[in-house]
Every structure is written in structure tokens, then in C-alpha cells.
Ligand binder design. Structure first.
Ligand code: ADP
Length: 329
């Protein structure tokens, strides 16, 4: 390729800038020109872009958010929108499009193949880690740390007042954040997609554990970490149901958007650098319609469509360890 385009789409994730930097620098290293479209797929349709060169990306490896801005774009879901986007890429002589985003962005990119004949590559950037074909997504490690730091503070209050706190973390339809954050915070109870059967059973389960622990230890702090989009009505409803069902008073706390922001931790910067450079290598090798993943130490490519087909489950052995340990709590 002589000229490639980058964009960031969907939910922003810490490390997207590091991926922009690595892809840009590695492309420039190989004599490839790079432009960046702004506001996700909106930039493609409305021809809003900027040239990416070394000075532009020089100081962005450590900053959260994305210099290209991110957005959702309904227009891109229509054939007319996709055609307009493809026409703009053609007019700018763009040989390849690299999209840094989540599963929705990749579904869009897969469909875009029908309109755009150039190479397409996806780099997984989402705090949810819910993309199949890669151990980790860019932003996940930072989001785990952010949530853990916040919950450590909540734990101080829970300890001081010997109260029960119920903290809801993000993750969309995936339990990676809940499980990993819960483990790192020594949560007494973790509710994730893989161990949730129905609201009634969950209530019973929590209530019997809390009654048991109160008997053995007396009043003490107790921390429940739950995935979002799981218990109907979320953390607030669960707290109110616990009060009604078992006279258990607990304080619901929805962590929310702080989990998406912040400077990327080193692990995400390194992952983004590895994936960005590897994406350019794949373009040079002539590959298209693929997503970059990481498997242990190594980057790999998987068919783009396969990354969004299957539900990626959390690590079963980690979940089993957590459940074994929970018996002691
Ligand atoms: P994420 O990439 O973080 O999962 P979204 O699910 O919001 O975020 O998707 C981001 C964007 O990808 C959407 O706003 C839209 O432009 C595009 N997209 C998502 N699904 C489709 C689809 N079925 N067809 C075309 N484009 C899509």
C-alpha cells in the first residue's frame, strides 16, 4: 500500500492513541503515507480527516481518549452511507483502512468489504475485552486498574462503617471486567455472566452468604462486584431486592464512565504498539479482512468476521478459583 487511513470507532479505550502512534510510525517507516479520519465512521462519510505524521503522534503514547475522536455512526449502517465512505476513500487513493474499535465497529468493517475494494484491518480497542480471537484488547488492563483503584477507596469506607457495598462495573455483555476487578479487590462475591443463573437464585445465594458471614464474624465490610447488564434493573434494583427479600442493607455504586478514561497503563501501551506495528506488517504482506489479536507473547491475525461471531467466555480456571475461594469468605 502507498497510502492508508486510520480511524477510531465505538467506545473509546485507553491505548487507542498508542495504537494510532504505532500504526502511523510503522507505516511511515515503510514509506507509507497515513491519514486519520475523525469521529469514527462519520469522518469517512463526511470526508473529515487529518494527515498523520511523526510530530502529530510524537507525544500521544501516554494519553487517554483518542486524538482522532470516536463516535457512533448510524449513517454507516446504510448502503448509501457505506457507498459514500467508499467513494471518499477512492477519491483519496486510500489503499487500506485500519479501524481501531470494538465488535460493533468490526461488524461494520466486515460489511464495508462489499463497497470498498482496498485492504481492511481491525485492531481491537475496547475496555470490555469481549472480542474473540485475542487474549486481550487495548484498554482492558487500564480499565481493570482504574476500577480496582476506585473500589479500593470504596473498601476503606466499607471497612470503616462495616457496610456492604455493591459495585457495578462496565463490560457490556461480558464479565471480564467484573471477574478480574473482583479478584483484584478481594471481593467477597462476584456476579458475572458465567456464574449467573437467574435473579431469584442470585438473591438467595447472596443473602445466605451474608447471613453466614455475619454469624461467624459479626458486622464486617462485604464487597459485591457485579457486571453491568446482568441483574434486571442493575445494582440499584439488586440492592433494593436484597432489602426486601432478606432485610440486607447494601449500598449500590455504579462506577460508570471513569472506567473508560485515564492514561493507559504500560501494558496497554505495549499491546497497542505491538498490534499497531503488526497491523502494518499484515498490510505489507497483502492480508485483508483480518483482525489483529494477541496470543500469549505473539501477535496473530484472525478473520475479521470470526472476531464477532462467538461469545468470548472469561477464563474458566480463574472463575473456578474465585468460586473456591469464595467458599471461605
Ligand atoms: P463498538 O465498536 O465499541 O462495539 P458500537 O457497537 O457502537 O461500538 O459500533 C460502532 C459503530 O460501528 C457504529 O456506530 C456503526 O457506525 C458501526 N456499526 C456497528 N454495527 C454495524 C452494522 N451492523 N452495520 C454497519 N455498521 C455498524
Amino acid at each position: 500500500p502507498n497510502r492508508i487511513a486510520l480511524l477510531t470507532s465505538g467506545g473509546d479505550a485507553p491505548g487507542m492513541n498508542a495504537a494510532i502512534r504505532a500504526t502511523t510510525l510503522y507505516a511511515l517507516h515503510h514509506g507509507i503515507e497515513v491519514i486519520g479520519f475523525k469521529h469514527g465512521y462519520n469522518g469517512l462519510i463526511h470526508n473529515e480527516w487529518m494527515a498523520l505524521d511523526e510530530p502529530v503522534v510524537r507525544e500521544i503514547i501516554g494519553s487517554g481518549g483518542t486524538i482522532l475522536k470516536s463516535a457512533r455512526c448510524e449513517e454507516f449502517k446504510s448502503p448509501a452511507g457505506m457507498q459514500q465512505a467508499a467513494d471518499n476513500l477512492k477519491a483519496l487513493d486510500i489503499d487500506a483502512l485500519v479501524v481501531i474499535g470494538g465488535d460493533g465497529s468490526f461488524i461494520g468493517l466486515t460489511k464495508f468489504k462489499q463497497f470498498y475494494p482496498g485492504q481492511t484491518i481491525g485492531i481491537p480497542g475496547t475496555i470490555d475485552n469481549d472480542i474473540d480471537g485475542t487474549d486481550h484488547t487495548i484498554g482492558f488492563a487500564t480499565a481493570v486498574d482504574t476500577a480496582v483503584n476506585a473500589i479500593d477507596k470504596i473498601r476503606d469506607t466499607a471497612d470503616a462503617f462495616e457496610r456492604i457495598f455493591l459495585v457495578e462495573v462496565m463490560g457490556r455483555k461480558s464479565g471480564f471486567l467484573a471477574l478480574n476487578v473482583g479478584i483484584a479487590c478481594a471481593a467477597e462475591h462476584i456476579i458475572t455472566f458465567e456464574n449467573f443463573s437467574n435473579p431469584g437464585i442470585e438473591l438467595q445465594h447472596i443473602a445466605s452468604k451474608i447471613h453466614r458471614i455475619k454469624k461467624s464474624r459479626g458486622q464486617c465490610s462485604y464487597l459485591i462486584v457485579s457486571a453491568e447488564n446482568l441483574y434486571p434493573g442493575g445494582a440499584n434494583q439488586l440492592a433494593s431486592d436484597l432489602a426486601d427479600y432478606a432485610s440486607i442493607e447494601c449500598i449500590p455504586c455504579v462506577l460508570g464512565y471513569i472506567q473508560r478514561g485515564g492514561d493507559p497503563v504500560a501494558k496497554d501501551r505495549i499491546l497497542a504498539t505491538h498490534m499497531g506495528a503488526f497491523a502494518v506488517k499484515q498490510l505489507l504482506a497483502g492480508h485483508t479482512d483480518v483482525m489483529i489479536g494477541i496470543d500469549g507473547q505473539h501477535c496473530l491475525q484472525v478473520p475479521l468476521a470470526s472476531s464477532t461471531k462467538h461469545y468470548k467466555e472469561v477464563n474458566a480456571s480463574l472463575l473456578a478459583i474465585q468460586e473456591d475461594l469464595q467458599d471461605l469468605l
